[in-house]
Design a protein around this ligand. Structure first.
Ligand code: ZN
Length: 409
């Protein structure tokens, strides 16, 4: 990889190559049957780490207009996500003493799954959501929603119109904003002097240590640990004052930030920083062992599927997710091995998976068609899905969980 990019946070050049996942279609671009004759764009998907600030990042960007025009991820289709959102909203309301005089801004507010809690409590809120089809759903719930990307420009406009935020929330968006300096500068501009920013994103340490390579896709630009975030926030006048580890999405990090000196810095920040150093996040070998484990998962999965196929088993998959697309395309698993993909979202049913073109059907098809084995592509929801699929499992159906190591349950 002699075209290694410069770090998107600190500008260091060149970043060190970590993993090449090949040329991949856009992971959220589910096809309609009539699209099958059309060319399907593919883009390189490669991971690099910055040896100066240790930010793990993808090397090749796709223009955002291609990514967001018809986005199909509706947060409200997962019970676990809704419960998590409700708990987080409760916690923030108490901690930051929010009331009718406050303003809560959520970046990438999706279908309003989180802000609707604040709205129910009479706390003014504003959603920012670049996907028009999803913003429409949250507006129907009565939540004011701007169809825009967040950054410095929008933050300036909010500030000029007197709408600075007491609380800015961003769940699973920070890692998707390619111009990370513009995003953090925007946070600083849009926040009241005593306000707080709370961001949640999949944790880069879990990504590496649990071999979650399939959570890499073109929109997911950064795989953040705390180490590179401290200098990035500092550059824009912000300070991270608290961190929490969360079990969702295979391990997520929640960071709290405010204007420098406005909030007491809790011991959790120094503790995680020390822990990251100890685990090897600031050494290249940490990333090299990850690369080897990814190859092992691919080999083990292909071996298992081919053995089962030879025994005459019927195979399917569950979860037409972005991570499913990355895994299937990287491993080269398509219709020759899997018969269909079941998914709970009616917006996905009737479509085909990117690159591999597997038909997407409703989850009831597992019990009806009874594949012998089902590859669980949304392993981050595995407890929820295994519970929902009891009928299939009691009838003898088995699930293959690919990450962090291939196993059958
Ligand atoms: Zn850097």
């Amino acid at each position: 990889m002699n075209d290694a990019p410069a770090c998107r946070a600190c500008g260091f050049h060149p970043c060190a190559p970590v993993l090449d996942l090949g040329c991949q279609p856009l992971a959220n671009n589910l096809l309609r049957p009539e699209d099958l004759g059309q060319p399907e764009p593919r883009f390189p998907l490669r991971l690099f780490v910055c040896p100066a600030c240790w930010l793990l990042q993808i090397g090749d960007l796709v223009p955002p207009a291609k990514l967001f025009c018809d986005y199909l991820y509706f947060s409200s289709f997962s019970d676990a996500m809704l419960a998590h959102a409700r708990r987080a909203a409760e916690q923030h309301r108490r901690e930051f003493r929010l009331g009718p005089q406050s303003l809560v801004v959520e970046i990438a507010s999706n279908d309003g799954y989180l802000l609707r809690n604040f709205k129910d409590w009479g706390i003014p809120c504003l959603g920012i959501e670049p996907a028009a089809n999803i913003a429409r759903v949250s507006r129907e719930l009565g939540i004011e929603t701007l169809v825009e990307f967040f950054g410095r420009k929008l933050a300036e406009r909010l500030r000029e119109s007197g709408r600075s935020a007491d609380l800015i929330l961003g769940n699973n968006v920070f890692a998707h904003a390619p111009d990370t300096n513009d995003f953090v500068a925007g946070l600083s501009l849009a926040l009241k002097p005593d306000g707080a920013v709370v961001l949640e994103f999949p944790y880069g340490g879990d990504f590496i240590e649990k071999t979650e390579f399939d959570t890499a896709y073109h929109e997911h630009v950064f795989y953040f640990t705390l180490t590179p975030l401290l200098p990035l926030f500092q550059k824009h006048g912000l300070e991270i004052f608290q961190v929490e580890m969360l079990p969702i999405h295979g391990g997520s990090l929640r960071v709290y930030a405010g204007h420098r000196g406005k909030h007491p810095v809790r011991p959790s920040v120094a503790a995680l920083l020390t822990d990251e150093e100890r685990r090897g996040i600031t050494r290249l070998e940490y990333y090299e062992t990850f690369t080897r484990r990814v190859g092992d998962v691919k080999d083990a999965l292909l071996r298992l599927l081919d053995d089962l196929k030879q025994q005459g088993c019927h195979l399917a998959a569950y979860g037409a997710s972005a991570k499913g697309s990355t895994l299937l395309n990287y491993c080269g698993i398509g219709a020759e091995r899997l018969e269909f993909v079941a998914d709970r979202s009616p917006h996905k049913q009737g479509r085909l998976t990117p690159g591999t073109h597997l038909p997407i059907v409703g989850p009831e098809e597992l019990a009806r068609r009874r594949p012998d084995y089902t590859l669980l592509l949304t392993w981050n929801f595995n407890e929820e899905i295994l519970a929902q699929q009891q009928a299939y499992r009691q009838a003898g159906g088995k699930f293959i969980i690919p990450i962090p190591e291939v196993r059958v349950v």
